[in-house]
Design a protein around this ligand. Structure first.
Ligand code: ATP
Ligand code: MG
Length: 394
């Protein structure tokens, strides 16, 4: 079948009342981001529907794959579009469609007709019944089941006639750009790309901050984070990635603070710097890949102490997930293979053998006082020397 167009169904965004236009426009923008590099699609909305149409040749599988990355889409229906609306023509096209689409006809079906064009001379029920009859004549194995059909053949009569019987599930969620902006702390691990994906699925645009510690961490470790950002950018749209040199801060903490508190103190400064960039970019929240109890720095006590440096909300979408569930999701979204590449992370380089698992805020703050004479300058330099890269998916 040579499809030229898709009907895009969306779920949650249909019920947003006056805001519907905002949601539809964001959906269309994200669809363009997904499709423009494949073929010149024209995308338009029409009474609660979005249509994507392309007159040039395109790779069907590639387009469906691209659309399955666009949050807000609940179903992708490849459709036939016909300008001629009289019944005889519809009948002819539907029969040809059925012949091409299905190999055998041992299934039950139902014809579903929607009439957006109220001047059309036949009622919806009439069209459905007559078309059903004609199909039963044409394909003798077919059976009708109006309650639970194997195939729902839909004919929508609007400015044109739309014919389809397939609906490929979309990713769900809300279109990116409808929910404000958040700053993701993106490491090279498994969890933070998944966290970014989950927040973005609720319509939030993502910006990211990565901390590295050259020469202790390599160029390849940094490239891995860039690669991960590029993978999630297929879902989120372009990502501004802030790369921060964390070496001097880490060395200062290592020299002056108790080693079992290293990770916690480090994490607090990371949050602080990320929050600085977040404020600059008008982000309304930070996002991390933390999950309760996964490692010493993610116990309830550690999370409490880490959280305390931020005045912005910190969202941790993986917080209640088991590692295996996070892994499964990372496999599904395509980040897993990159995440497990064995490059060093700045947190693991200076990590203590026995890190505190129940840090106390007053104790940690006391340790941080040992950094008083240098930390402001170090933070300032780290911020000023950031490298900013704009990551595109394509
Ligand atoms: P991940 O798989 O996301 O790296 P993890 O299980 O390795 O997580 P940690 O290393 O304790 O856990 O990191 C917890 C969170 O802190 C990460 O999910 C990430 O959001 C943030 N983080 C850790 N290291 C970095 C880094 N080098 N740059 C940016 N963010 C980081
Ligand atoms: Mg990590």
């Amino acid at each position: 079948m040579n499809y030229k167009a898709f009907l895009i169904k969306y779920a949650e965004i249909g019920v947003k009342g006056k805001n519907r236009y905002v949601f539809e426009d964001a959906l269309i923008r994200q669809m363009h981001y997904a499709l423009d590099h494949i073929a010149p699609f024209s995308i338009r909305k029409e009474s609660g529907r979005v249509f994507a149409e392309c007159m040039e040749e395109f790779d069907y599988d590639e387009v469906v794959e691209a659309l399955s990355h666009v949050f807000g889409i609940s179903g992708i229906c490849p459709i036939l579009m016909e300008d001629i609306k009289d019944f005889e023509h519809i009948e002819k096209v539907v029969k040809t469609y059925m012949h091409e689409r299905y190999d055998d006809f041992h299934f039950t079906f139902k014809v579903f007709v929607r009439r957006g064009d109220k001047s059309y001379p036949m009622q919806s029920m009439e069209v459905a019944a007559l078309l059903g009859e004609k199909l039963l004549d044409e394909f003798e194995d077919l059976r009708v089941d109006v309650h639970n059909p194997d195939v729902s053949l839909t004919v929508e009569i609007r400015d044109k006639v739309y014919i389809y019987s397939d609906e490929i599930p979309g990713p769900g969620g809300m279109p990116v750009g409808t929910g404000g902006r958040a700053m993701l702390l993106l490491s090279g691990g498994i969890d933070s790309p998944v966290a970014g994906y989950m927040i973005s699925k609720r319509g939030v645009s993502i910006e990211a901050t990565y901390f590295h510690a050259p020469p202790y961490t390599s160029e390849r470790a940094k490239q891995k984070v860039v690669d991960l950002a590029r993978i999630i950018a297929r879902y989120t749209g372009p990502i501004r990635l802030h790369i921060v040199n964390f070496t001097d801060i880490q060395m200062a903490i290592y020299e002056k603070c108790p080693h079992d508190e290293l990770t916690i103190i480090m994490r607090r400064y990371m949050m602080k710097i990320a929050e600085h960039f977040a404020n600059e970019s008008k982000c309304l929240a930070l996002v991390t890949g933390e999950s309760i109890g996964q490692v010493a720095s993610q116990t309830m006590q550690s999370l409490y102490v880490t959280n305390e440096v931020c005045s912005m909300p910190v969202f941790r979408p993986c917080i209640g997930m088991d590692k295996q569930d996070i892994i499964s999701l990372s496999e599904k979204i395509g980040t897993y293979e990159t995440s497990i590449l064995p490059y060093e992370d700045c947190c693991t380089i200076f990590v203590a053998k026995h890190p505190v698992t129940k840090p106390r805020l007053d104790v940690i703050k006391k340790s941080e006082r040992k950094l008083e004479d240098c930390i402001d300058d170090l933070l300032k330099t780290a911020i000023e020397t950031e490298e900013l890269i704009k990551i595109h998916a394509h």
